[in-house]
Design a protein around this ligand. Structure first.
Ligand code: SAM
Length: 273
């Protein structure tokens, strides 16, 4: 490394609305020697629109390792490279991490920030705390999802999901956390048909059973800790049933049957009262 001039630029591109392409991102992409992109056909359209004619080279999950070695050689020769993904911020559920991990400390890396679906989503939904966990794309199987949501039970968890799997995932959440668990869904953010829904998992499931479920989706499952309304409500109900001498086990069965609360959660709460 000879000076502080960045050699590798991690450049965010729009997640739907082309006007979100920043002037700095465009300037950088015009000035570098090479742009590493996921799919050159997708990126060519975007870049053409902004009169960016820099050479494109593919960089995707199947050639990350090989390309990293090639890029290192070019960077050592003094070339400057920008990394973009199909949409949004590279390295966030997109290729780039291997490149950054390998090159960090050897060359100067900088970020040209911009659109990122999770950040856009988090900025526009109700939240009680700054804390959140990001799970990337959810694992496919119910068992893996159950483990993940168990791990993040006490923190709001944001994740990417496909429209084909959303209803199944919402049904799984109902089973893991009960019908009253709070969720938010952001669909087609920054695009013409942008939609954001917030409510109980039962309400949101019902909504998407009868409304359009297409496009790109980002979701939040709120932590049980942040579900204050639900907690107070359950606690009042548990207390009432306890005064009527119901066992903790019966209370869990009654409240999960009548109100859709998660049986295990009610049982744990009842034990502590
Ligand atoms: N790196 C990207 C970013 O910064 O947002 C995310 C890449 S990931 C491969 C693509 C996923 O992000 C989509 O399948 C969808 O879940 C989510 N996503 C991307 N654009 C979106 C949008 N406009 N609205 C909602 N979700 C979006």
């Amino acid at each position: 490394m000879t000076d502080n001039t960045p050699q590798l630029y991690i450049v965010a591109t729009p997640i739907g609305n082309r006007a979100d392409f920043s002037a700095r991102a465009i300037e950088t992409l015009k000035s570098v020697d090479l742009i590493a992109c996921e799919d050159s056909r997708t990126s060519a359209k975007l870049l053409e629109n902004c009169a960016i004619s820099t050479k494109l080279v593919s960089y995707h999950k199947f050639n990350e390792k090989q390309r990293t070695n090639e890029f290192l050689k070019l960077l050592e020769e003094g070339k400057r490279i920008a990394l973009i993904s199909d949409a949004g911020t590279p390295c966030i559920s997109d290729p780039g991490r291997i490149l950054v991990n390998e090159l960090f400390g050897h060359i100067q890396i900088t970020s040209i920030p911009g659109a990122c679906a999770i950040i856009a989503f988090l900025s526009m939904i109700p939240r009680n705390t700054e804390e959140f966990a990001f799970a990337g794309f959810l694992p496919r199987t119910k068992n893996q999802q159950s483990k993940l949501f168990e791990k993040f039970i006490n923190i709001d968890t944001v994740f990417y999901e496909s429209p084909n799997r959303l209803l199944e995932t919402l049904e799984n959440i109902k089973e893991f956390r009960g019908e009253q668990a709070k969720v938010a869904v952001g669909r087609e953010l920054t695009k013409m048909f942008e939609e954001v829904k917030y409510g109980t998992v039962a309400e949101i499931t019902d909504y998407y059973k009868t409304n359009t479920l297409k496009g790109e989706i980002v979701c939040m499952l709120y932590s049980n800790d942040n579900n204050h309304e639900q907690d107070t409500d359950i606690i009042e109900k548990i207390k009432k049933l306890k005064t009527l001498k119901y066992s903790d086990k019966d209370i869990a069965s009654i409240l999960s049957t009548l109100y859709g609360f998660n049986k295990n959660n009610v049982y744990k709460l009842a034990l502590g009262l």
